[in-house]
Design a protein around this ligand. Sequence first.
Ligand SMILES: [Zn+2]
Length: 1068
Amino acid sequence: MAVPGYVLKHRRTTFERAEKFISSTFFTDVNLYGKLYPLRTDIKGIKHRALPGLITRHSAVTFEEAIKGIYEETRVGASFGPTWATHWFRLDIEIPREWGLGKQVVLVWDSGSEAMIWRDGKPLQGLSPDNKRTEFVLTKSLDENAFSHTLYIEMECSDVFGAGKGGLINPPDPNKYYTLRRADIVVKDPEIYQLLLDFEVLLDLIKHLPEESNRSYQLLYGVNEMVTTCQSQSNYSRARDIAHTLLSETNSQSQHTLCAVGHCHIDTAWLWPYEETKRKCARSWSSTVRLMKDFPEFIFACSQAQQFDWVKVNYPSLYADIKDYVRQQRFIPVGGTWVEMDGNIPSGEAFIRQFLYGQRFFEQEFGKRCTEFWLPDTFGYSAQLPQIMKHAGIARFVTQKLSWNLVNKFPHHTFWWQGLDGSRVLTHFPPGDSYGMDGKVEEVMRSLNNFKDKGRSNHSMYLFGYGDGGQGPTTDMLERLTRLKNVDGIPKVTMCSPETFFSTVETHEAENLCSWTGELYLELHNGTYTTHSRLKQQNRRAEILLRQFELLSTLSHVVGEGGGRKTDYPAGKIEQLWKIVLLNQFHDVLPGTSIQEVCEEAGRLYEDVLREGSVLLADSANQLIDTLTPQGGCTEHGTARIINTCSWQRSEVICWPEVTLADRLIEMAGVTTQAGRDGKTLVFVSDIPSVGHCELRPAVKLPVPVTVQKQGDDLICIRNGHIEAAVDKTGRVVRLCMVNDVSRNVVSVGSHANQFVIFDDVPLFWDAWDVMDYHLETRTAVVDIIEEATIVESGPLRATIKTSLRISDKSTICQYMSLDTGAKYLKFYTEVDWHESHKFLKVEFPLRITSPQVTYEIQFGHVQRPNHFNTSWDWARFEVCGHKWADLSEYDWGVAVLNDSHYGWSCIDSVLRLSLLRSSKSPDPTADMGKHKFTYGLMPHSGTFQSAGVIQAAYELNEPLVCCGQCADHSSTAASYFSIDNSAVILETVKKAENCNSVILRLYEVYGGTTTVRVKTSFKVTSAHLCSGLEDSLDGAIEIEDGNCLVLHFSPFQIMSVKLTLGTTTPN
Ligand SMILES: [Zn+2]
């Protein structure tokens, strides 16, 4: 019977008629959805393993262990917990014979929690009711052999986003129990399923195409005909034919193309611990692999070598399947890094190690490196990343996080991102503004509508699949996208790899694209530079400790080889420690935005690195000194030695560590000492050679001794040969001058530098993440004195003033402000006992400097940012990230603030503030609570910060000289293994090459200028080549003078890696 064409079709009723026809809620007794599952039955005899003592938090066991032991019967309605525990179930499924052959039979399991299906020891598929994944296909077509199934289910007692009590980012409920809501088998009609998807996609098209469009009405009438055909004739294949015809109306050539890439962003830890992430990977990736069998065009991108490594170790059968799909170029490793790290806080070397260890893993496992850097969810991107990426051999970058900007809309989706040194990488932000889309028409259209580079580019990426907590693409998503390949009126959707997408853009569109220079600042989450300050301090220390350990191990290895006393280079240990640090640099761990359990575990891991690293550093130092000692050693003539791991000569006051022979050695050396306030001995050491060492020896010329005295009732004055300062009773600096120009006070008139200030810190939602602009309106100065400024050390090597302040009735500050002889800056050793809630502690320095911009150190360089709020882009950056120093300078004069562990800064109208502690309560209610010890410095200078040595001073504050008090022979010889004739270049890294016996040097230009330097080494240089950050040889010979001096030409902020083959030591 023909559908009467004359019936008036009201748009809304026609549309809603079809909507109700596929509703899973309304009219299911008669509608199409009601026919999807024609048969169902409970699973009988569900068995649960309830071994006392086995099922506890994080008690994940292997499949082999899990299937042993006694299983007891349980039922739907029973509850299991607590949070993070795993429970195992055994299902012996018998499909009723009366269902008949040929049916598709599906297991439905909803334990309210995450779960994994296992069979014969293999993980088959993840289940996640949060992400509507509760079905597992037992058989697509029931045959005689498929009536019986034995499966195991590993139930994980958490939601896909952990177990926040009463809200997503709330601290987890440790005692959450999950109820088994459903466990049955059903017949699922595949034809009805396909037709439901047809309806859904067509209805979405009608909804999102312009209402007045011709196309929208054509589809509406077509869908109406489908409903009528199904209802009046039960002719589903005819309805499918109509759908097919409607969806086969294609676009013209000019239509935009979306490159659809499946993925499942899995946070390596966040609202769940690292341990749980291993299982998340298995659940998500097993589901993905299963989908690949059904959808031959499906392509899935996957980042983070660490997660691959976990799956390799814990789920070998799944890993074998993944390897297979990697070979087929469908499961595509992307990113090239060990984890998706924070983009602001890690050091430059740490960034390089992310790529070095990440790409080495991908190459070893899959025979191929990743071709694009992948960081969709990180909170801002350092201006140095383009160069670091290129140094690691990658010139393409994918993220989308800048769509979270609170104030300004980023003007591009496909563009050239130009870094600090001018390096350009092709960068793409998927314009759907999400990395977790689900194949809906609305997202496809949004992707095109948002796309900012129309006219320049006709391609963009579309990332689909459930993310953050993992799980990834689903059958529904893939079915939808299959229907949207080329539908008139909306962008074309093609499954393709990121590689294909970038190649297309590079080939056809690259020349049209605009560029963006400098950092990609995220106008949100800028509290993450400060939250969990202790983790950031541990991270800084670990990065520096590993630098020193690696450098000394390399030197002792090379010296040992030359001198015949070989030492083993601890390559495995170095890699192991680095990988722990890299893991903790994940973009919710180092930023301090994870739950308490994660932060505590990360803290323990850092502590392990620092403890083990310190022992290893001491060992490598001793080994290096040992190589100087003739075979057989010496017994009587001990010397104390100081090792300098920086690439310039150092002179400073050090606190001699408690080592054997220390006192005797110091006495023997005849150096000037001072008893320090903590019982240790202060010593002035001078002219310690660059990347080298010398024995403890009296200074040829002692600098002007430091003096300290009261001035009237209210001030204490402190002075050395470089600077003088006046401090009030509150410990604030009211005057700070260079001694050669005492008329010029760098502290603003009537103001106080080193003023602690506290702000209300209540963000809109993302507690640990965000500090909002309005916090600046709530400044309160900390001026409540517990113990007024008192002189506690009086020189000649160090003078110190102690002050104690009360922040509130819960929190206090105790500070020791020191000036050393020869030092160019004041040092503030600070102890804070912090127990606040939603308060933000900073220390501020109002400076008498006129400049529109402030300079902040970043990885391998520095950036300038505004000292004002002129435009929306300026004031959106009211809190910024900087590393070891920041500087405010005018012509020939300036002030720098140095620090040993902080990253949050702000500067408006020449008031420079260093952010110290926050007190967010979600997701970790204990974040930043308790005792903290940190140090910062205040350094006035003439000239520029470059010429004044600010950069070197900041290194020295962070990187202690290494003292050896052991018995070594002799020799008053000083050794300098590497030295550079120009302070514009810093030798950042000395390591042994990964694949050969060569030595890798990593240097960078630090001033921001073009320069030629000579790097002299005490070893004979057999060969020298430029290499990449991955240690691949690059073109371009290096000029060598006199057999031991490299001539290197640097452009501004250039990072250079050099591979050296070294011979024996040559005399200095
Ligand atoms: Zn993330």
